[in-house]
Design a protein around this ligand. Structure first.
Ligand SMILES: Cc1ncc(COP(=O)(O)O)c(C=O)c1O
Length: 321
């Protein structure tokens, strides 16, 4: 970002830095993809969905999905679509839970199913295997529907799967991907990848209407160029995943604490004695995921250190002891 701060370039993405970042991502996902940058993950999801829907459509997603739970109704507000949350096991959905909603096609009284949206890695830190993604795609494609992926933490999923990004997105049937940088060491900024260029015909207008056309686009683009040079994105994700694993291993021996989800990315979900939560939160910020069951969400990041985790675990042991 310092380097691209030198001199002057044309605004709104018509610059060499944006061109470079786009071409780098095209090398990953394919030359015939369309790539756009926005400021936030919510915007990536919402405008990405806006582009492939009409107001009379529905979008099926996990009941735990960020688009359902944590975007303040923005997907409904901007797209006009009906969001249909379905039961998710460990944050994942499958053909069994979406099939009952694949109905009413061509019936004017029914919202027309158009998109299935999944999150990779999921909001519960689990990771879809490529076969699970392909299976969803195969169920919906005969209905002319699209598969959307919220990839705010896609780097963590790639690190866990030890697979390249294309193999479990485009090659598995994903049509539109929100590709996150912010949660993987970026300062801000996300990319939207349309796997089929025809899907992006009107995107630039929706992005502008959505107030996400950055005049100084180069500062978002430069972050992607840095992350995707020398595999920095993957190193960061591997590190945060390792730290989550380390945390899970450290707390595995504490009988008062129960890990509730498989640790597959950079999150550890744990059921803890309710009494220790406020005291832990005084020292370390984290969200309570499910207050009724006293389940908390502990996230690690690209710069979490083993010493951070050791300090955290020492405090936990003191509080439960
Ligand atoms: C799964 C998921 N998707 C999307 C987002 C949205 O990101 P932002 O806060 O940048 O809008 C988040 C942020 O927490 C997230 O966890």
């Amino acid at each position: 970002m310092q380097a691209c701060n030198e001199g002057h370039v044309v605004g709104y993405g018509d610059d060499v830095y944006t061109e470079q970042a786009v071409s780098q991502l095209k090398n990953i996902f394919g030359k015939d993809t369309e790539i756009y940058f926005v400021f936030t993950g919510t915007a990536a999801n919402v405008i990405g969905l806006r582009n492939i829907t009409h107001s009379f459509n529905s979008v099926i997603c996990a009941e735990t999905a960020h688009i359902e739970e944590d975007e303040c109704g923005a997907p409904e507000f901007f797209t006009g679509c009906k969001i249909i949350p379905v039961p998710a096991s460990g944050g994942k959905i499958n053909a069994g839970v979406i099939t009952p909603h694949l109905r009413g096609f061509d019936f004017e009284h029914h919202a027309q199913p158009r998109v299935v949206s999944i999150t990779q890695a999921t909001e519960l830190g689990t990771v879809y295997r490529p076969g699970e993604i392909r299976a969803l795609s195969e169920v919906i494609k005969p209905h002319g529907m699209y598969l959307h992926m919220d990839g705010a933490r896609i780097a963590n999923a790639a690190a866990f799967l030890e697979m390249d990004l294309k193999s479990f997105t485009r090659d598995a049937g994903v049509d539109v991907l929100s590709l996150g940088a912010t949660k993987n060491g970026g300062m801000y900024g996300e990319a939207i990848i349309f796997m089929n260029s025809g899907l992006a015909d009107f995107f630039k207008y929706y992005r502008k209407q959505g107030m996400q056309l950055a005049s100084k686009m180069r500062y978002i683009a430069a972050q992607f160029t840095s992350l995707f040079s020398n595999d920095l994105w993957l190193q960061n994700a591997r590190h945060s995943n390792r730290m989550a694993r380390y945390l899970a291993d450290q707390i595995a021996g504490i009988p008062e604490i129960k890990i509730t989800q498989p640790v597959e990315s950079n999150g550890v979900f744990a059921q803890v004695p309710a009494s220790i939560i406020p005291k832990l939160q005084q020292e370390f910020f984290f969200y309570v995921w499910d207050e009724s069951r006293s389940i908390v969400r502990w996230m690690t990041s690209w710069d979490t250190t083993p010493e951070d985790i050791d300090r955290f675990c020492v405090l936990i042991k003191q509080l439960v002891g």
